[in-house]
Design a protein around this ligand. Structure first.
Ligand code: SF4
Length: 243
């Protein structure tokens, strides 16, 4: 088992946040009527994608009946439908849909993770839960460091949660801390003293939540544009023109 797979396994066993453990397991017991036949995952959802990813996408937390049901990031909910369709459109995913862990989906040079690995009530983790989960993100970033060249952060929560993790994993985060915005692009240099650590390009993107996509705050075109630009910055081959 490679180091990242081992990390994913350890994350899946975490029970550090009592409120989230209770919630994820209760949701898995009660279920939504439409998914009554499913055996819910009901555990922390680890990152998804290859261990040598050049581009990392950071969301917020798994959805109660999405990732918490299927056991894979953004899989089985409408946010994921939007994200994977866009990744497929720009050539970074093998298929446009994500319905279960055995649906055959593969990401090309991309990994997806979140700063909080358990589904929170109302999609709102507390600051304490965010901080409790941060060491997992730091460890994931350290393991991805040799190949990682760009990161897309979906939404302000992920942005604020991730900046300290980048610093802890060895990158230099500018002071004052860069502010989240859709289309924001920030260069994080490798910190002095960390051998072989290349800088990364960090991109802000509105979250693919239903609230944003239904209202048109985030359109498919806006999402594709950020993914293309970030994919090119990461040295990946993307379809279409980056803006
Ligand atoms: S949110 Fe993170 S730290 Fe808290 S129980 Fe889940 S995996 Fe563990």
């Amino acid at each position: 088992m490679d180091a990242l797979a081992e990390l994913d396994q350890r994350i899946s066993d975490c029970r550090a946040c009592p409120r989230l453990v209770d919630w994820r397991e209760e949701v898995a017991r009660v279920k939504r009527a439409a998914f009554a036949d499913w055996t819910y995952w009901g555990r922390p959802v680890p990152g998804f994608g290859p261990p040598d990813a050049r581009l990392l996408i950071i969301g917020l937390a798994p959805a109660a009946h999405g990732g918490n049901r299927t056991g894979r990031m953004f899989t089985g909910d409408r946010s994921g439908d939007v994200l994977y369709q866009a990744l497929y459109d720009v050539g970074l995913a093998s298929q446009p849909t994500a319905v279960s862990v055995d649906d055959g989906l593969e990401l090309h040079g991309v990994r997806i993770t979140s700063p909080v690995h358990c589904a929170p009530p109302e999609n709102k983790p507390t600051p304490g839960e965010r901080d409790a989960c941060r060491p997992w993100l730091v460890e994931e970033l350290r393991l991805l460091r040799p190949t990682l060249r760009a990161v897309v952060v979906l939404g302000a929560f992920g942005w604020q949660a991730a900046l300290p993790a980048f610093a802890a994993a060895g990158w230099t985060v500018p002071r004052p801390r860069p502010v989240f915005g859709h289309g924001t692009r920030v260069r994080l240099d490798g910190a002095d003293g960390v051998d072989g650590l290349d800088g990364i390009d960090l991109f802000g993107c509105f979250h693919v939540s239903q609230r944003n996509t239904f209202t048109g705050k985030l359109t498919p075109e806006m999402l594709r544009d950020v993914l293309r630009t970030a994919g090119e910055a990461a040295g990946l081959t993307v379809r279409g023109e980056a803006v």
